[in-house]
Design a binder for this molecule. Sequence first.
Ligand code: C2E
Ligand code: CA
Ligand code: CA
Length: 643
Amino acid sequence: MPYKTEIKKLQYKDLFEHLDINTYQIDVPDDMFDGWQQTLDLLSEIAKSPAVLIMRLTPSDISVFTTSNSQGNPYSRHDKEELGNGLYCETVIKSQSELHIPNALKDKEWDHNPDIKLGMIAYCGLPLTWPDKTPFGTICMLDSQEREYSPTYRQLLKQFQNTINANLASLYQHSELQYLNQILNDQVQQRTSELAQLSGKLIEEIENRRVIENSIDYYKSYDALTGLPNRLSFIDLLTKQLNTSLSPITTVMYIGLRNFKSINNSYGYVIGDKLLQNFTQRVKRYLNNDTLFSRVTGAEFIIAQPKEKLIDEMQLVNQIIACTNTPFTLGDFTITVPCFIGIAQAPVDSDDASELIQKAGAALHMSKIDGSQYTFFAQQNNESIEQRYHLESNLVNVLKNRELTIHYQPLFCLKNSKVIGAEALLRWHSPTLGNIPPDQFIKLAESNGQIIEIGNFVLHTAISQAAKWHTMQLENFRIAINISPVQFRNLNFAEHIEELLSLYNLPASALELEITEGILLQDEHCAQHTIKVLQNLGVRVSLDDFGTGYSSLSYLQKYSFDTLKIDRCFITNIENNEQDRELSKAIIAIGKKLGMHVIAEGVETRVQDDFIKFEECDIGQGYLYGKPISAELFESNYLIRID
Ligand code: C2E
Ligand code: CA
Ligand code: CA
């Protein structure tokens, strides 16, 4: 219990023990004073004593407190005598016992007593005492004549002494109570202020809890990182929008950022989180007030936009694509995370929020599979997804079941018409599904991370194979291996390649790694570094599928590739398409100018072969020179012939 304070019970006994009452300051109330006055008057009358007094001691003197109203009484109230002058009363106080002097004049001890000056020679006095044993003073009778006070009067005096002491005791008690009361009051006040503080703290605590509870409510509905509604509250919002919107046409876009996991792995979660926040901010700029925007999980977002006449949903799709293709600068890093978008529309695809999201998600999967940046939902998407799961479940055990092999396609030197190397191309033969083209299963393996294992298999197999061919005195033989962006993003990739080269004893110059623009787009900083390290080792780096990407030319300026591979689609159209012909010419010329080897892919005809030779392309690759074939066939078809 954080605020439990121990409440001390008042120990009255202890309190009394520690009471510090100054008896000098206790006032005698008027009614008590009047009683004393009557007592003294009575005693004076009965005992025929001209002066009957109650004296009170102060720290410095002794004074007449009450004096009898009798004839011949020389004492008035407040008369004072200093101490130390041998007063009768002072002696009574000191001895705390009765003093009886019949005639001071005859008593050597008393003949200088100050009272003699007032004519008082006979004295009988008793001490008055507070219950704490401190002296109050005396009660005494005085006479101007020699006088032996009889035992009756002395007894009477004693009676009055008792009465007055009893009065003093009650006064003292009253003071004690007052004092205690004061202490109690103080304590109550202290407790009150403690309680006030406590209640302040409690109010604060209640407020804190309320804030926490509110924030828990908030986090139930919103994503803490981006502040966007989460999936559940998005479904609610979309349901409301679909029910209330004047126009029931709504476009739901499911956005997935590509390979976000590996960004987290390479740069850490802090950078990953910042990227998601920056992405959220960028997208928000394009949304209007009616558009719903949510973060569903990790790097997946959904947007729901009610259709207005003027707004074209494609405009928004393109804006999102453009803002993910623009690099994010986060600290020292420049990172690009392209996205895939799946689109479903109400009411065509469904008028239910959850179903729309599910269908947009299915369209997103299709985008990932076929590599297109956005895909509209179509019924066949769902079917393809089922196929994909089927394929994926078969892909899991490919390595264990030894279902993968590598085929080698010759790289043909156009100048001397010799095979100078081979590109390693992966083949999967599934006993149940048959031959699956790499285009289909590599994307799948990339999306589920299996590509690392599979890529390693390719590297080991192709490098060991190339090392074997290299020892067959094929000194200039080069092996080209395709590298997936997922493999390339591993910060230790270059180190791994170095290890493999020394493991199989293949010179670095015999290895060419083919990468696509996707690698550069996703992570310029890391890619640039890895390319540098690989080239320093002596490994060649080739830019594959050139011309199909986003901003190919600018990459040629930024990175120093060793080889440029013109994509098959240009070569295929050389014969019929003027524009592609011109483009191919330009690409070859630029490549040469930048000091790169240029390879033309997909050469199938003599016309294409003539064209690339004329344009002084270095290497040709295509069915015209040779299809991808097994290592054994490749060895017997080409290598022996070269010898
Ligand atoms: P790519 O790197 O562009 O490989 C060339 C593709 O073009 C190969 O298809 C090859 O068989 C095909 N090809 C070659 N000459 C011709 C031709 O004259 N006409 C036609 N129509 N096609 C030709 P393949 O083997 O189906 O590979 C497809 C893609 O799969 C490759 O494209 C590459 O991107 C990927 N891939 C293949 N093996 C691997 C691998 O080991 N790792 C990675 N990451 N990707 C691979
Ligand atoms: Ca390739
Ligand atoms: Ca290619």
